[in-house]
Design a protein around this ligand. Sequence first.
Ligand code: HEM
Length: 433
Amino acid sequence: MREDAYRSRGTRNTAFSALLQLASDTRILTANKSLVFCYITSPAVAALYEHAVAMRPFAILALFLDLFDLAAQPHAPQRPHAQEVLDGYSGTLIAMPPLPTYTGAKIIPDTDHPYIAPGPEDLRGPCPGMNTLANHGYIPRSGIASFEDIVSGMTEAFNLDQDFGAFITALNMLMRGNPFVNKMSIGGVSPLVPPLPNNAGTPGGISLHGGIEGDASMTRADMYIGDNINFQHLMYDMDLVLLGQHGGNGPDGNSTVFTRETMVAIKTFDILSDQANNPKFDYPPRRINGSFLEASFVIEIFANHTTNQATLPIVGSFMRNETFPQNWFRPAAPKTGGESALAILEGLQIKVVPGHNDENGVYVADAPLPAPFNNSLACAAYYDFVAAIPPSLGNSTGLLFENVKFLSNFVSRSMRRPECDVALLPGPIVVDS
Ligand code: HEM
């Protein structure tokens, strides 16, 4: 193991990194309810921000820098706390699951993982990928999973790059799970995921708005105007209308293959219609990041990897029915799924910057983040994701803190960029040699 090796480490997540690195020299898209768009360039726009909203991230950052004693982390963390009990709950030391021995193509699901519809106690949420894994038992069917469960399930079923899978899972565990007991809900709050130690609140699960979950989704409504957790048939039907206009040709007929152009059309529609219809539309850096990655997943991960096509029946199987399609092959080599994210974002005719609707329904840019997090959208997303992690985790000790550092490592090494090379999370950056 070596520390701070990220500086010389070539990232395997190149496309995703490219998205993260996208400079923030974009114009500000504004929309009003009559769907008339213009571009605001005046700094006077800042005057429109509510003071509390503008100040919130700064306060959270200050708290983080204060609570995370960054200077006191000179060496790779020792992880001696195998057992610990806090508030009556046993902690579990989180570890990276072993790398799979076979990482090539294969048919999914295998016979050990049949589809079983979720029972009344099983939790499902806004992610069709997680729901599908749970419906086939690649992660626990209850919908309550550990870091290792999710990383192993994603690598096995989707052949997701393990390092990348660890990054998304770690980020969500920190934002929405309980890293002490190593449990996270792929839906909402669950009695199986206890409150964080030291009365620091009950984890909301990945359904809780404001982490990855946010506005401008493809098949879930914005929280302020509808059901942001469960699949919405009408929204997906709209996606299919756009498929009909912008889809590629395939074995099921003309305009039946989801392509980058299709995803560009869908994301454009999602953003514009939600800006117009949701008075509280909010599109912060972390959500911009997540929403384009998710769009990329549709064509890069859901595609059948014998043909590399994400066809109408295949995407419908994942999105609507949350089950693997018939004769579906996972990728022939591990991949991140973020390969098309930047191309989709750049394909939009509108340029997007982090912002929200003001009281007149006009989209205005968020207040600039403090330097150096204003250097790029990547840096803004890094800052913004960290701001969604409960600050109490930085003030933890013992096994909980070991787990927080372990998880933070995956987030830091994926999100800390040269242009904002500031530690916001505890622990040194450590990569496998
Ligand atoms: C192979 C891995 C994954 C795939 C293929 C996948 C796929 C997707 C897709 C396509 C969406 C968009 C749904 C929509 O816009 O209607 C989505 C949303 C989401 N995913 Fe995943 N995902 C993966 C991993 C994860 C992981 C590891 C987590 C967290 C543990 C996660 C959490 C979420 C959340 C919270 C949303 C909701 C975003 C929103 O629409 O507001 N995903 N995912």
